[in-house]
Design a binder for this molecule. Structure first.
Ligand code: WTA
Length: 655
């Protein structure tokens, strides 16, 4: 088995990583999770999850914990509840309405503290606005928004009226919006005039306008004012957020939703060019995110919690919006980039709000390492007590740097492995219990049964590596791929019987701790963004000059992987730096800037097997400058030497 993330050498180096960190006795004594939790959950995993579901507020109790008709799960069957009520109303009803839900900080420096009471009022007004536009229970609503308070408000307003939301990350292009909106047949889209990014304006509404020429299902476009510059508004279709909520009541009757009602869709890349609409439903999802947010971060009443992800991805859905709000937490939301106006912005924010928990991504940590520790040292980070990592494997050096320089050697680092599909954290330390090992996500969460299996689906003995799988249903699991149950079965449940295939390679050490190695399929992970090779390839081939293209992930010191494209052109064209830039711009326009190939190597011919399959593994070896293994299956071996030379030249531009 090979993985995108690493060769044997890296895997072995990781497994030799010997450092370990026990929880301090004080932390352990006060921790939410106590050591008995694993055995207790294992003795009856349904009872374990039930205990968390029972902390939610139900408008009608459920009858059964689980109906499992593999691979289709129904959790908390027969119950009714509303996600926005669980996130907001019940805290207000309990007299905690004055508590801060979000400290909001915009990139330009604007700040707001939003209480639970205020958030509930804003959600109700927007929910009423949606209803008065005719958006009803079951309708899908697209959200293409910057990190402004209106984004969680819109999500919760949708949840309140039973209209599933489909958030589309603000870095996506118009074409990507079109695909997602049309797949779900969304009836409305919520956006903003523009967003702020590194001091510049991001033209969100203009991008939506380009998309809406091709999305016949959209009837309304609601535009939040963020930057304030004029944008085109089409009469009858577009309206300003402020106008939509003007005069709306601050109370809004929530829809009682079935446990299994669709809460949201979130599209993610798979092995084909068509993104998958991952379906998350209500009760099980809320159960999963509240349990994990409480136990993995050891959430306490006086914590100031900060997940620095974008709400447009699953991490933001689960650990900025639904998990923290359902737990009544006080969180920070920051709109912009970590280097605006300077490279200490994150640390300034930690200091200002006395953040106690920080959850970010390895790519960010490696960027901070590159910028140097002085930016960190400028600020008082003594409020921090737990650090989290998510999105990609964290290399031990980055883990140690985070632990020592950000955490001052006193904060447990919880490396959390999970996916859009799992909805919630699946494998992670529990900070008062687990012995931490830099680079390891350690153990499955209580109630979760994970395993590492070989090509035949046999459990690999401790000390070995293979495919990461999950062996039993869990409440926040995806319920399917929107409109495509066959693809759901095929992608996740067909390789091995009775196992959910995560698509990650993983090793387990002698103590049963998990060490994730990266994807085993044709999905790249660039700065924690999942990008399919097929999507990048089809965007490249869409350009008139391109005959054929192959994209692979190449190890990158900062972004984890970088996209490396091999392109053969039509006719006699041999390519040029100008054409490479044109292709990058083309991919950016088709998919979004974050999917632009860092390296483009032109070639007359792509290496193929005799049956005509592009040899990606070989291309990966070439991209990473490795010695090539067996090339006997190659149809024409002369292409390889030339490619190696060209890829080397392309990589040399880095230095
Ligand atoms: C990778 C993000 C190693 C993995 C929550 C997974 C990780 C994919 C980790 C999901 C981690 C996420 N260690 N790898 N702690 N967390 N991954 O859907 O390859 O954007 O399959 O969800 O990210 O990415 P997604």
């Amino acid at each position: 088995m090979t993985t995108n993330a690493g060769s044997r050498d890296t895997i072995e180096a990781l497994l030799r990583e010997g450092r370990r960190f026990e929880p301090s006795p004080q932390f352990a004594a006060g921790a939410n999770a106590q050591p008995g939790i694993y055995a207790e959950a294992e003795s009856d995993y349904l009872a374990f999850w039930k205990s968390w579901a029972d902390k939610l507020e139900w408008s009608q109790p459920y009858e059964r914990v689980l109906d499992w008709n593999e691979p289709f799960a129904q959790w908390f069957v027969g119950g009714k509840l509303n996600a926005s009520v669980n996130a907001l109303d019940r805290h207000v009803a309990a007299g905690r309405g004055g508590r801060v839900a979000y400290y909001y900080e915009g990139e330009p420096g604007d700040r707001r503290a939003i209480t639970y009471e205020e958030l509930l009022r804003d959600v109700c007004r927007f929910a009423n606005a949606l209803r008065s536009l005719g958006v009803k229970r079951g309708d899908r609503v697209a959200l293409y928004m910057p990190m402004i308070p209106e984004l969680p408000v819109a999500m919760l307003a949708c949840a309140r009226i039973g209209a599933p939301h489909s958030a589309i990350f603000g870095g996506f292009s118009a074409d990507s919006i079109v695909d997602r909106v049309n797949d779900a047949q969304c009836v409305a889209i919520v956006t903003a005039d523009q967003g702020w990014r590194r001091g510049k304006h991001v033209p969100l509404k203009a991008t939506v306008d380009a998309a809406l020429a091709h999305t016949p299902s959209i009837r309304h476009c609601i535009v939040a004012r963020r930057v304030g510059e004029p944008v085109a508004m089409r009469a009858g279709r577009d309206l300003w957020w402020d106008d939509a909520v003007a005069g709306q009541a601050t109370m809004c009757e929530p829809e009682p939703m079935d446990s299994e009602a669709l809460l949201y869709l979130l599209y993610t890349s798979g092995t084909t060019a068509k993104p998958k609409g991952i379906m998350h439903t209500t009760a099980g999802y809320l159960t999963g995110v509240t349990a994990t947010h409480d136990l993995v971060f050891d959430l306490k009443d006086d914590d100031v919690y900060w997940c620095a992800a974008d709400i447009g991805w699953v991490t933001g859905h689960s650990y900025i919006v639904y998990g923290p709000l359902c737990n009544g937490a006080t969180s920070i939301i920051y709109e912009g980039t970590p280097d605006f106006p300077d490279r200490d912005r994150l640390w300034e924010i930690v200091e200002r709000y006395k953040a106690t928990i920080l959850y970010t991504a390895p790519t960010a940590i490696r960027t901070f390492m590159k910028w140097g520790v002085d930016y960190v040292r400028k600020h008082d980070l003594s409020s921090l007590r737990v650090l989290g990592s998510v999105g990609e494997p964290i290399n031990p050096e980055a883990w140690m740097w985070y632990y020592e320089n950000v955490g001052g050697g006193r904060c447990p680092v919880v490396d959390t492995w999970w996916q859009t599909e799992t909805g919630a954290i699946m494998i992670a330390p529990l900070p008062g219990i687990t012995t931490l090992k830099p680079g390891s996500a350690t153990k499955p969460f209580p109630g979760v049964q994970a395993d590492v299996v070989d090509e035949q689906g046999n459990s690999v003995p401790l000390g070995g590596g293979g495919y990461a799988v999950l062996r039993r249903p869990w409440p926040s699991m995806l319920r399917g791929i929107y409109g495509d149950p066959e693809r759901y079965k095929e992608t996740y449940w067909s390789k091995f019987p009775h196992m959910y295939l995560a698509g990650d390679g993983c090793s387990r050490d002698e103590e049963g701790d998990y060490w994730f190695m990266g994807r085993i399929d044709d999905v790249m992970n660039v700065s924690g963004h999942r990008i399919s090779t097929a999507e990048v390839e089809s965007a490249l081939v869409d350009h008139a000059a391109v005959a054929e293209a192959a994209a692979v992930g190449k190890l990158d010191a900062v972004t984890g992987q970088a996209i490396c494209a091999f392109v053969s052109l039509r006719g006699m064209d041999t390519g040029s730096p100008a054409l490479a830039d044109e292709l990058r711009a083309h991919v950016a326009a088709k998919l979004g800037k974050f999917t632009m190939p860092k390296y483009i190597t032109f070639t007359q011919e792509l290496p193929k097997t005799r049956s005509g399959k592009i040899m990606r593994r070989l291309l990966r070896d070439i991209a990473e400058g490795r010695m090539l293994g067996d090339t006997t299956t190659l149809a024409d071996s002369s292409v390889v030497t030339e490619l190696q030379e060209r890829a080397k030249q392309e990589a040399a531009k880095d230095a």
